[in-house]
Design a protein around this ligand. Structure first.
Ligand SMILES: *Cc1c(COP(=O)(O)O)cnc(C)c1O
Length: 385
């Protein structure tokens, strides 16, 4: 603390939690025979799939690669439209572009900030082939309604659950709702492998496609080969990538999974403190939960409604940074990026997302945060209010 009672070091908005067990798990792999393409990969895939309740998991080098794989497995190609939310990280719509498809943005619900199922219905055309829902901040999207729309129109659903590992909806874990669900293991997410991602699914055909896509489109499975020239023979039937995770990362992921429920429980405790301490500040909008959703709280996002504060959002952001609080903004609506503007997307497309973007600030939230850290953030906000 400095003499003005401000921190000397940055309180980040998110941060990994690693312990000796994690370090030991990685060291064991480094001392073993396989640092990639070994047994830790399947063990990690099984552990995540068992946790969420799906048959299959396919690990990828990162969550973005996993989303690319899901779009490939869904058969998205040029001419296909995929409906998604503008309030997300770039990867959830870039993955559609990778496949030559067209992202179509449906506006958010102004209360939950998740994609609004009614807006999805308005964006349906004969070219629509898939929906990519995002569980913003860790709160599951309304997957029952989204699945119903998808079944009615024969669409494939992909859930970007980068924020929501361990969350549930109607009492059932995120992972079982969509045709394919993506998790990210970037250090700010619920568990980490450094970089890493996974698709979970109950569909064997998607599972097999994802496995091939991850490794150059290659297969050695006798049942998949069109011919067999001998024991060395492998075949490439489609264009894949090298999107493999290493065993070093998978071992870390296996060890991190043991702590996942504790991480989420701690996040929920910290959120309770924020909710209690920040209640009753006029114009400060706290995050709201859908009655059937149970968030795993990747992000704690508040909104400073401009008419209630003497400072603008930008000034509040800068002042919180001056307090050494690593506030952030999640997210700039994707289609406002210059690359998307060049593709023809225009401001005004999703008014709720644009309005949200003008007033949002993400406060620090991670399992290693102390109660005092939350109270420090609260004190800073109260001095600005
Ligand atoms: C983190 C994140 C991703 C991408 O994950 P990476 O593992 O960083 O590639 C995708 N979508 C959302 C919403 C994310 O937050």
């Amino acid at each position: 603390m400095s003499e003005h009672g401000k921190r000397d070091t940055l309180l980040p908005y998110g941060k990994q939690w690693l312990d000796e067990a994690d370090i030991e798990a990685v060291v064991q792999v480094l001392k073993g025979d396989f640092i990639t393409q070994g047994p830790a990969i399947e063990m990690f895939e099984q552990k995540v799939a068992d946790y969420v309740g799906t048959c299959y998991g396919v690990a990828f080098s990162n969550g973005t690669a996993a989303l690319h794989g899901a779009c490939f497995a869904a058969g998205i190609e040029a001419g296909d439209e995929v409906i998604t939310t503008p309030l997300t990280f770039l990867a959830s719509s870039n993955c559609v572009l990778y496949q030559g498809g067209t992202p179509v943005f449906a506006d958010i619900d102004p209360v939950t900030y998740n994609i609004d199922p009614k807006q999805i219905e308005e964006k349906l055309t004969p070219q629509t082939t898939a929906i990519i829902a995002v569980d913003f901040s860790g709160q599951p999207a309304e997957m029952d309604r989204i699945q119903a729309i998808a079944r009615q129109h024969s669409l494939i659903t992909i859930e970007d659950a980068a924020h929501s590992l361990g969350a549930d909806y109607q009492g059932r874990k995120v992972g079982i709702w969509a045709d394919m669900t993506m998790f990210s293991f970037h250090p700010v997410k619920h568990i980490t492998t450094g970089e890493g991602g996974m698709i979970v699914t109950n569909d064997e055909a998607f599972y097999r496609k994802l496995l091939r896509f991850r490794s150059h489109g290659m297969t050695r499975d006798p049942q998949e080969l069109t011919r067999n020239e001998g024991p060395w023979y492998y075949e490439m039937q489609e264009l894949g990538y090298n999107y493999r995770m290493t065993d070093i990362q998978a071992a870390l992921g296996i060890s991190q999974m043991d702590k996942l429920d504790r991480f989420i429980a701690r996040r929920r405790e910290l959120v309770e403190i924020y909710n209690r301490e920040l209640a009753d500040i006029p114009g400060l909008v706290l995050p709201k939960q859908h009655a059937e959703a149970n968030s795993s709280w990747h992000l704690y996002v508040v909104r400073f409604l401009p008419e209630h504060f003497q400072y603008s959002r930008k000034e509040i952001f800068e002042q919180l940074r001056a307090w050494n609080i690593g506030v952030n903004v999640h997210y700039i609506p994707v289609y406002l990026q210059p690359y998307y503007e060049d593709l023809g997307y225009k401001k005004g497309l999703c008014p709720n997302a644009e309005k949200y973007y003008e007033s949002c600030i993400t406060l620090p939230l991670f399992p290693g945060m102390k109660d005092e850290d939350v109270l420090y953030v609260v004190r800073a906000i109260k001095e600005l209010a």
